[in-house]
Structure formats: structure tokens, C-alpha cells
Design a protein around this ligand. Sequence first.
Ligand SMILES: O=C1O[C@H](COP(=O)(O)O)[C@@H](O)[C@H](O)[C@H]1O
Length: 230
Amino acid sequence: MLDRRSFADRTTLATQLADAVAGHINAAIATRGEAAIAVSGGSTPAKFFSALGKRKDVDWSKVVVTLVDERWVDELNERSNAGLVNQKMLQGPAASARFLPLYSGGAEPDATQIGRTAAGLEILPRPFAAVVLGMGSDGHTASFFPGGDTLAEALSASGPVIAIHAPGAGEPRVTFTLPRLLETDALFLHIEGEEKAAVLEKALGDGPVEEMPVRAVLRADRPMTVYWCP
Ligand SMILES: O=C1O[C@H](COP(=O)(O)O)[C@@H](O)[C@H](O)[C@H]1O
């Protein structure tokens, strides 16, 4: 169920992934009149965001963009995934897309704040046209971190979102739950570099999901395409 694609360099990967995601957005608009995508943050997707946001063949006014997960910081914080999406993707043609953030204020994603985030997501079209996951060197994806205090629920609850705290996460986090992320026409895993390739190989081997939560996605009964370059 894993389709693995390798590219010569980051620029080529970014262009090809943008091409694939734009195709799914346009297909969703053609069949459902609108499209939603969920993208990851962190250091990897900047080039992909720039390539996707420049696409003129997408009717961005019919697109809703959200995040797979977010650090619980406001958008001006340099660690904000929303900040990255806004700076890199939602410029030019993609500026007319609607962005639904996961951070809803305050220092902690308590029940009230998570309720606010979930309420803001009620207008999200279902299913997603595309979900683009990343992966950390510790085997986390979205904010499904090893040692996460709500990891089991994050991997099984209907969601849409849940707060999670973990030793390796830095800040408190909010993440879409896995069942909700799997409600998508297309699922991608975008990783770059030899270290991440080795982490993926390890994750594909035997071992507990709790050790490398990306295994929960790799073991889910659905197709996923891996985009990788050195
Ligand atoms: O913290 C996060 O990390 C992962 C991986 O990020 P990277 O910097 O190693 O590319 C990312 O997929 C996730 O969205 C983000 O919140």
C-alpha cells in the first residue's frame, strides 16, 4: 500500500508534490465543488508550499487549507506552522484560499481552547482532497509523538482534534486525530534526507507503534505515497 517515489533534489520533489496535490484539489473541486487540504509544518515543506501556492490552475477561492498539527504558539512565533503556511503558500494565487488555524489562543490547549479549534473546523469540507504528512527523526508524524500523553486517543478517536504533550515536542501541541486524517482522497508522506530515509526503514520494520507513532499510518489499511529526495 506504500508507493515510494524518489527525486533528484528538493526543488524537483517540491514541484512534483505540488503537481500531485494540485491534481487532487482540482479533482475534488470538479466533483464536490470545493476542496480541503491538510499540510504539515516543521522545516521540510517550505519549498513545496511555495510551489503549490504559485499554481494558477487551481481555483483557490474554492480551497480550504488547514494543518495536520500545530505547536501551541501564536502565528507570529517562528515555530508556528500556521506562520509558515501563510508566509510560503498563501501568497500570490493561493492568497484567496481560506485558512483554518488549529491554534485558538492562550498558553495551553485546554478543553475550552480545543473546543474553539474544533468549532472553527466545522466548516471544513469532508473528506480532505489531500493530506500531506511529515515525519520527525524520532518517528513522529503529525503530533503523534513517542511518549505523548494522549497518543492512544490521538491514534483512535474520531476527533477532529486533540491536545497532546510529549517530552520531545517542545510546546504543547494540537493535532488532527489519525482517523480524521485518513478521511482523505490522497495521503502523502513528505520526507527529505538520508536520516529520514533510515527512520522510515526502521518504522517499516517490526516494533511498537508507541516507539515510532508513524507506524500507525504505515500500518493503516490504505494507500500512501512517499515523496523523498536526498
Ligand atoms: O513538529 C513537527 O515536526 C514534523 C517534522 O518536521 P521536520 O522539521 O522534521 O520536517 C512535522 O511533520 C510536523 O507537522 C511538525 O509540527
